[in-house]
Design a protein around this ligand. Structure first.
Ligand SMILES: Nc1ncnc2c1ncn2[C@@H]1O[C@H](COP(=O)(O)OP(=O)(O)O)[C@@H](O)[C@H]1O
Ligand SMILES: [Mg+2]
Length: 297
């Protein structure tokens, strides 16, 4: 399929593309600008790195972030995507998420993937069989960079498909900048942490988002109440790093698991549903709800 048409949302509509998911741009995991900055180590970068390493919120991370990661952050600062760092929101298995000040008055979330993540083999399993990431080999750096770019591309794809996700802003090496959902002072809660006032409506929204993702050729692959956050009455799907295209050899299994997890959560909220039923509905190509009606909780 032609890569040129990939910017045109019309082209992505499920009724236009028979086999969605192939029309991704090439992903480049070769040497990045950040690697070059880290190698050159000019004075300005060295000072920046020292400042960041000394900042309270990074102290714990000194042993984890390498120079090229600091260089990636430096590049994002230079390019105006990050203006100041706030504290960590989350320290996960493979990535840390920080809040930061972006351009002007917007706040952003900065997700920093660790090159030496312990679950490297697991990451490989999701990339293998994805047409976007053929031939990456065992190179940890290439895999992590591909993973970061995959999350960025997936967020973009999901947003185009009408799924409420954090708007992707920039990606550099292993660092992803996206819209911060929630305010600095009041972190958006995971679905798992809130009392769902109207589970039927919330379930309807999640189901609709799963349908839209699927129609756009994507399967989330780790969907549960831990990767959906609630803010201002809006349900936002996050953590799309592992999302695969429908062409991935395990995409059916991943979607079935997503359906099981989502159903189990809503069954505990009193909804009568099973993973199989949800799976049938998500993969059934009936016309989607209007966007406006799906987004409101
Ligand atoms: N864009 C965002 N806005 C606000 N909070 C976020 C955002 N992205 C991630 N978070 C917070 O960080 C946590 C971890 O992010 P996630 O993408 O799920 O990474 P992990 O792979 O570590 O699970 C989330 O549960 C959420 O609390
Ligand atoms: Mg998560």
């Amino acid at each position: 399929m032609s890569g040129e048409a990939s910017d045109d949302p019309e082209f992505l509509a499920p009724d236009v593309v028979d086999v969605p998911g192939d029309e991704w741009e090439e992903i480049d995991v070769s040497d990045t600008e950040a690697d070059r900055i880290a190698r050159k180590r000019d004075r300005e970068f060295s000072q920046f790195r020292t400042r960041l390493k000394d900042a309270d919120q990074f102290k714990v991370e000194q042993s984890v972030f390498d120079d090229a990661t600091f260089a990636a952050i430096y590049k994002l600062v230079q390019d105006g995507h990050i203006n100041a760092f706030g504290g960590p929101i989350s320290t996960g298995k493979e990535a840390n998420v920080y809040e930061a000040r972006g351009t002007e008055k917007t706040d952003v979330a900065v997700k920093i993937y660790r090159i030496n993540a312990s679950n490297f083999q697991q990451m490989r399993g999701y990339l293998e069989g994805d047409p976007r990431f053929e031939g990456l080999g065992q190179d940890k750096k290439a895999v992590t960079l591909a993973w970061t770019q995959k999350e960025y591309a997936n967020l973009h794809r999901a947003a185009i498909a009408g799924v409420r996700v954090p708007t992707p802003i920039a990606v550099e090496r292993n660092v992803l900048v996206m819209e911060l959902v929630g305010l600095v002072e009041s972190r958006a809660r995971r679905l798992a942490e809130v009392t769902v006032e109207n589970p039927t409506t919330a379930f309807g929204v999640v189901e609709e988002y799963m349908k839209r993702l699927y129609a756009a050729g994507l399967v989330h692959g780790d969907l549960s109440e831990y990767n959906m956050i609630i803010h201002d009455g809006e349900l936002v799907v996050i953590d799309l790093g592992q999302a695969v295209t429908v062409h991935h050899p395990n995409s059916t299994e991943f979607l079935q698991r997503d359906c099981e997890n989502v159903s189990a959560f809503f069954a505990r909220q009193g909804i009568s549903t099973t993973g199989e039923e949800l799976y049938e509905r998500v993969t059934d190509r009936t016309p989607a709800l209007s966007r406006e009606s799906a987004n409101e909780l």
